[in-house]
Unconditional design. Sequence first.
Length: 363
Amino acid sequence: MTWHIRKTDIPAISLGAKLLSCGGGGDTKSVEALLLSIMNDADEIEVRTIADIKNEWIVSVGIMGSTVLFNEDIPSGDEGHQALLTYESVSNRKAEALISIEIGGVNALAPLVIAQQTKLPVIDGDGMGRAFPELYMTSFHLNRIPLAPLSVVTHDHKLAIAADNDAFASTYQAKEFTVRNGGHSHTIGYGADADQMKTAMLPGTLNLVYRLGKVIKNELSINKKLNQLFEMFDNSIYGLPKVILQGVLSEVNRWFENGAMIGKLVVEGRSAFSNRKVEVEFRNEFISIKENGYICTAPDLVLLLNAQNLSPLSVVEVQAGQSVKVLAISAPNVLRTTDMLEYVGPKHYQLPCSYKPFNEGGS
């Protein structure tokens, strides 16, 4: 059924989106603050489920580029709306609904900003089910929805990419433009009719991040909160979470390489996990867990949670000495197909292994 997002719901959506970002996806607090500043207490954003989609022309909303530069040079709030107008001009199509390109991080909130400004509805779903670094790493692309026409807008510049570009060429062109013009941008693309979007989207993810955020914000014991988080994934498009290790971050190494935050960290087990140690690698997002070999890799979700309150940690927040829980969650089935693994599996991240689903469930 159609539901509505109110101003008081935004912090929970922000927190849940950070959870599914796998450590990347940008600082949700920045877009959260923007939304809270432009919404009145009586405002509502309409959210349509997959069952509610009828005949709309739906476009995908995204924010791309350096998360560090994004945080240093916060958007004004109008870039997404300008990207929508640019898309409508180049495509000669009027957008009738918005969907997030990825539900992890700031991109879960980006469509809400435009929806608040334009009164367009938002679709409960996305194209990644988490955060990935490239525009083509989506279920939309897998289902042959063209990325272009694509509009890309920074603070001061606009780019319109014509429909004859393929997804890889469009991604490259958008990235080059973004790097030259401030390091981050807003995008509108992957336009599709209702039937195409129903087939291609990962449904229910916006509602899931809202419910996950509400659980994390609850004043409950850690065990009760963890159990409730696990329950949120029951009957979802994801597998059940598994606590891989609880312990202390003993080592964090990170560096920039070609605009990406790359590195690894080591967690030494405590309590029931004593005498164990895991290594987590990241490339903008956490991409693998190693313990005597790889036990979890992208596209499955790797999460680091603060052990004291279960709030998610990003790759830029982790520090030696923190007490953490390392979790893994099986990605939606579509991300684990042979075709999709070509875009989002270990090979993309240059990991020296093949994809193998981890042993999910329980703690």
